[in-house]
Design a protein around this ligand. Sequence first.
Ligand SMILES: Cc1cc2nc3c(=O)[nH]c(=O)nc-3n(C[C@H](O)[C@H](O)[C@H](O)COP(=O)(O)OP(=O)(O)OC[C@H]3O[C@@H](n4cnc5c(N)ncnc54)[C@H](O)[C@@H]3O)c2cc1C
Length: 330
Amino acid sequence: MRDIIIIGSGPAGFTAAIYAARAELKPLLIASSVEIGGELMNTTEVENFPGFPEGIMGPDLMTKMQEQAERFGTEVVYDDVVELDVDGPVKRIKLGNGETHEARSLVYATGSAYRKLGLPEEEILSGHGLSWCATCDGFFFRQKTIAVVGGGDSAMEEATFLTRFADKVYVIHRRDSLRASKIMQQRARDNEKIEFVFNAEVTQIHGDTAVSGVTLRDTVTGELRALDLDGLFVAIGNDPRTHLVHGKLELTPEGTIWVDGRSSRTSVAGVFAAGDVIDPHYRQAVTAAGSGTVAALDAEHYLAALDDSATPEEAEVEAEAIERLAAVNG
Ligand SMILES: Cc1cc2nc3c(=O)[nH]c(=O)nc-3n(C[C@H](O)[C@H](O)[C@H](O)COP(=O)(O)OP(=O)(O)OC[C@H]3O[C@@H](n4cnc5c(N)ncnc54)[C@H](O)[C@@H]3O)c2cc1C
């Protein structure tokens, strides 16, 4: 049996692995069978991760994180967790290939998925003028004409933020009214750089190597028209990847995994969660990495408490007490 299994190979998972491996816990990291390296594999230049003043390509950053985790003894398995048993002191995971693994603690770092428009061009143009993150990519659109797709609070927030860089920001929304809160709507409506395009749906993204525009379909008349753009931001929602833990771990109203305050402790002792799967707001590589650190340290304290206890029940009580004390002491 392992001390620790980490599920997910994004910045949260690999950072948890670096810390756990350096604490000699010999972590097993389940990286997924398809999306190894997480969301940053879908982007080009990352300019806001500290330590890379010239920027770094997303996939290169993730390769470096993996190398760093492996250097200290992390074992990486390229498969998906398809089932989890988190009850009791021994946690069990089942992989797609049928193998099962057991550990005394788990770090759940499966990230979240931005909702897509469902257009084939999205795969090709992601990171080439097409983005899901204004904080990450807004800087690349100085004095450009761009559009945000969506009608909720995050679309309003992204559009308003993007006016710091772009000359013109269209907000494209399928209906004739917005879902966003009144205050967010008003802020966007008051901004001279923002123009709303209502009753419009993006049916095609133009551009061979970078976004050059979109085709819009009028949702009332069915009429098609082209809109020239330098960039497109999709802000139609985000789904934390929690399907494996439904009914097993407590979730928040936003659908993320509930954790106790600033810790990574979930509603089940010995199970820790980190990264975008617990984060409805910030969703950045560096916050995910920081959260992976917290999870590894929490798991380390939990395991130490288990080792000092006579029975698993006693250990759980003690681990929780130690963790609570650690949280109080910051
Ligand atoms: C296009 C794009 C560009 C971005 N650019 C930036 C940027 O410039 N700067 C920045 O700071 N942030 C950026 N972000 C956000 C950043 O990528 C995320 O905040 C960060 O990757 C979250 O890390 P994570 O480890 O929580 O999750 P993820 O990176 O989502 O990693 C989760 C991993 O878990 C795996 N997984 C899920 N379920 C299972 C399972 N059942 N079994 C095994 N593995 C599983 C997934 O396949 C994935 O590999 C960008 C995001 C996108 C989509």
